[in-house]
Design a protein around this ligand. Structure first.
Ligand SMILES: [Zn+2]
Length: 306
């Protein structure tokens, strides 16, 4: 999503004034059942108006019912595995679990994530205490019918990358997550990239690799388009594991040395030439959609939950 980290900070500020299903002092456990499923046991509880479903790695909070919470928890477990595999990650057990809050409408969602997220359907937040992650949370607009397939893969990618990196490079964090977006969203980013290229506004790769903060809002489109394009380019040269190794080495060794060690490129100038030649031949690397259809039960089936 646009301005993921910015939204995370806004969410933190906003949360103080809003009901938090996990911290409610007057929490009332009204029911608890355990359900076997293909992905493990999901326990169901009530806290006030919230229905909570806990699986191994998720706590899903729904105001609409236990069935929705349970179905999303089961779907998220499978999705976590699929996204991790696609991104070359081997995640351990999440403790604390990742809390998924399903907001009933845009008003509730924006009240939590802030107005900068008004055009988005989900927003991820991770907080650390030293080296340890002490909070994982994804706010989701539960009234958006396809959020499980259109928004959660992207946000789960951010949460998964936070396990691997204490400070994941922005270009890698967003560039990889964007490749999990639906094809129509990816095409919009590709359009932003190409129009930026025509205007001569693309960021030098070194500058993109060195970004520590999101650029100004008017440059988000270009930043997202360019980050996705560079990640796609690197994934054509090597594995997802190489991409992550490069992102890590880039910080410690510098971009040129990391490119040599991980990809055998002479440096950023050669990567730039390679990437720009791809831009000049769009048919060389058509956008492709990452699907999650390999599961025994298609993930889309979960999206039909209440
Ligand atoms: Zn994002």
């Amino acid at each position: 999503m646009y301005g993921n980290r910015t939204l995370a900070l806004l969410a933190l500020a906003a949360l103080a004034g809003f009901y938090s299903p996990i911290n409610a002092a007057a929490a009332e456990v009204a029911a608890k059942v355990a359900t076997d499923s293909a992905t493990g046991v999901v326990s169901l509880t009530r806290k006030g108006a919230w229905h909570l479903a806990e699986s191994s790695n998720f706590q899903v909070c729904s105001l609409r019912g236990a069935k929705e919470a349970q179905d999303v928890a089961v779907g998220c477990e499978r999705l976590r595995n699929e996204v991790a595999t696609l991104c070359g990650l081997q995640p351990g057990h999440w403790s604390p679990r990742c809390q998924i809050v399903l907001h009933v409408d845009a008003k509730s969602y924006v009240a939590t994530v802030g107005h900068a997220g008004a055009a988005t359907a989900a927003s991820a937040l991770t907080q650390r205490s030293g080296a340890r992650i002490n909070r994982r949370k994804i706010d989701v607009r539960g009234d958006v019918s396809d959020y499980l397939t259109s928004a959660l893969p992207h946000e789960l990618c951010h949460v998964l990358l936070a396990d691997r990196f204490a400070d994941v490079p922005l270009w890698c964090d967003e560039g990889l997550a964007l490749l999990l977006d639906p094809l129509d969203k990816q095409q919009l980013h590709e359009r932003d990239l190409r129009s930026g290229d025509q205007r001569g506004e693309l960021m030098p790769i070194n500058e993109l690799f060195g970004l520590q903060r999101y650029p100004a809002a008017e440059r988000w489109g270009l930043f997202y388009g360019q980050s996705a394009s560079i990640v796609r380019c690197l994934l054509q040269r090597g594995t997802p594991q190489q991409l992550l190794a490069f992102a890590k080495a880039q910080r410690s060794l510098g971009t040129n040395k990391a490119l040599r060690e991980v990809y055998g490129l002479s440096g950023v100038a050669e990567l730039d030439r390679h990437w720009r030649s791809r831009l000049a031949s769009p048919s060389d690397a058509p956008l492709t959609l990452v699907t999650f259809a390999a599961s025994p039960t298609p993930f889309s089936a979960v999206a039909e939950a209440p």
